[in-house]
Write a protein that binds this ligand. Structure first.
Ligand code: CA
Length: 231
């Protein structure tokens, strides 16, 4: 009855506590230590979430990701990697992953992410449309944003950032991409400006009760998340 999670990780020191934690949480966990076994596993008994390490002994985790999608895997894929410096680049290319986590990560954070992935993929309820009443509405041509009937006053940059995040809802958008798309390429200032803009945007959205949240993905970028379903 538990959701099926496939852990693809060659380092036992990382895999063991991970598997134990997920099992304790009630998931039906399967662990493999290389890419080929992961792909074989998907043919037989499909998982709802794959937690995929990038540094595998037989093939690159990104290759596994691509092949799984090409083979029609429709569950969620979360990439975990110690190559934190590469995450920004990896997120920019679309390998079909849904989320990214840099090692070392906390098990509590990982659990929260897995729950969010299951919610998003609608595992267990089959519903996709979950637009809530206070949900965000963006009028792109007019460059205006509404929370229900209330307009949210945003600056030009805040609007641009939100618009990109909303167009990639529930996916991570890298800092690099936001910087390049919202500020111009010749802009050499600190990325602190992005954080400040995100901070203001969050405040404004929260103040009018928007249920979507702008979530920071450490070392990678940001994601606009749908609200958690009411318990
Ligand atoms: Ca590894």
């Amino acid at each position: 009855m538990g959701h099926r999670v496939l852990v693809v990780e060659d380092e036992e020191d990382i895999a063991f506590p991970l598997v134990r934690t997920l099992e304790r949480e009630g998931y039906d966990v399967n662990w493999v230590d290389n890419g080929q076994k992961a792909l074989d596993e998907l043919v037989g008994r499909s998982a709802e979430v794959i937690i995929l390490d990038l540094g595998l002994p037989d093939m690159d985790g990104l290759e596994v990701c691509k092949k799984a999608r090409a083979a029609g895997f429709e569950g969620a894929i979360m990439i975990v990697t110690a190559r934190a410096g590469e995450l920004d680049r990896v997120v920019g290319l679309d390998y079909g992953a849904d989320d990214y986590l840099a090692k070392p990560f906390g098990l509590a954070e990982l659990q929260a992410r897995v729950r969010a992935l299951l919610r998003r993929t609608g595992a267990g309820n089959g519903s996709g449309a979950d637009d809530s009443e206070d949900g965000l509405r963006i009028d792109v041509p007019a460059r205006r944003v509404y929370a229900g009937e209330t307009e949210v006053p945003l600056t030009g940059k805040e609007f641009d950032v939100l618009n990109i995040l909303a167009a990639n809802k529930d996916k991570v958008v890298s800092r690099g991409r936001l910087m390049a798309d919202v500020w111009d390429e010749n802009w050499y200032g600190s990325t602190k400006t992005l954080d400040v803009t995100i901070g203001r945007l969050r405040q404004k959205l929260e103040s009018v009760g928007v249920t979507e949240r702008v979530v920071a993905v450490r070392g990678v970028g940001f994601r606009l998340e749908a609200p958690a379903p009411h318990a």
